[in-house]
Design a protein around this ligand. Structure first.
Ligand SMILES: [Zn+2]
Length: 238
C-alpha cells in the first residue's frame, strides 16, 4: 500500500448522457466494486445513487468513498480484480434524476433571487422531489408565482453547462453557494453548473444539457417545516 488512494474517473462529469461504458475492476470490497472509471453517479447531497448493471449483474446502489466510487452488486462471485466489465445504467431513472436535479437548481435560483431564500435541505427522487427553503412566511400565491417564473425559464430553454473554476474566482460570484449553513468545500477547483442567464452554482452532480428538457415543473404541495422553513414537493411533466 502506498497510502495514495486511486481516483475513479467520473465519466458522468465528462458527459452526463453516457449510459453504457466499459471499465476495469480495481478493487473488490465485500459486495462492492471499485472501477477505474464509471458513468454511475454516487449517492450524496440529497441525490440517489445510480442503479443498473455490470456484466449483467444488478447494481442496486452507487456510493462515494473518499475519491473512489463503489458499485453495490447483487452477486460479487463472477468478478475479479483486473477484469474488464461492461456497465449499463437504468437510463430512464437516471434521466429523471438529472431533470429533477436541474429543476431543483432552477427553483433555488428563482426563490433566492425573488425572496432571498436559502436552501436548507433537499431530496431528489425520480418520481417526486422536495426542497426546503428558509422563508419566514408561506404564501402559496407567491410560491406558485415563483414556480411560474421557473416554467417561463424552461420555455426560454437556456443551455446548462458545467466547467471547472479556481476556488478564489468562484467565491467572488455572489449567488455561488445557496446552501444555508454550508461552508464551501475546501478544494482548489470548483465544479460549476451554470444555467445560462439564471444560475451559477458549485455542484458535483449530473444535469441535463438544456433547461427545456424539464418540460414543466409541477408543484405537488407546500408544507411548513419549523419556524422559518418551507418545504415544496414537486414533480416534472413527462
Ligand atoms: Zn445540485
Amino acid at each position: 500500500m502506498t497510502g495514495v488512494r486511486d481516483v475513479t474517473r467520473k465519466l458522468f462529469w465528462e458527459d452526463a448522457y453516457i449510459r453504457e461504458f466499459s471499465a476495469i475492476v480495481e478493487e473488490i470490497v465485500d459486495n462492492r466494486l471499485v472501477l477505474d472509471r464509471t458513468a454511475f453517479n454516487p449517492k450524496g447531497g440529497g441525490l440517489p445513487g445510480d442503479t443498473g448493471s455490470l456484466n449483467g449483474i444488478r447494481v442496486s446502489e452507487t456510493l462515494k468513498r473518499a475519491d473512489t466510487i463503489e458499485h453495490v452488486v447483487d452477486d460479487i462471485s463472477s468478478f475479479s480484480k483486473g477484469m474488464e466489465v461492461n456497465g449499463l445504467l437504468d437510463w430512464d431513472r437516471r434521466y429523471r434524476v438529472m431533470r429533477m436535479h436541474t429543476a431543483a437548481h432552477a427553483l433555488s435560483a428563482v426563490f433566492n433571487r425573488e425572496a432571498g431564500a436559502l436552501i436548507t435541505g433537499n431530496k431528489i427522487d425520480p418520481a417526486e422531489s422536495r426542497i426546503d427553503f428558509s422563508l419566514e412566511s408561506l404564501d402559496r400565491d407567491r410560491m406558485n408565482e415563483y414556480i411560474a417564473i421557473v416554467n417561463r425559464e424552461i420555455l426560454r430553454n437556456p443551455d446548462v453547462r458545467s466547467y471547472f473554476m479556481p476556488r478564489d474566482e468562484a467565491m467572488k460570484i455572489p449567488s455561488m453557494v445557496k446552501l444555508a449553513g454550508t461552508a464551501p468545500p475546501d478544494v482548489e477547483q470548483f465544479r460549476i453548473v451554470e444555467i445560462e442567464g439564471l444560475d451559477v452554482q458549485a455542484d458535483g452532480g449530473v444535469h441535463v444539457r438544456s433547461l427545456g428538457e424539464l418540460r414543466e415543473v409541477v408543484p405537488l404541495r407546500f408544507e411548513n417545516k419549523g419556524k422559518a422553513n418551507r418545504r415544496i414537493y414537486f414533480t416534472l411533466k413527462d
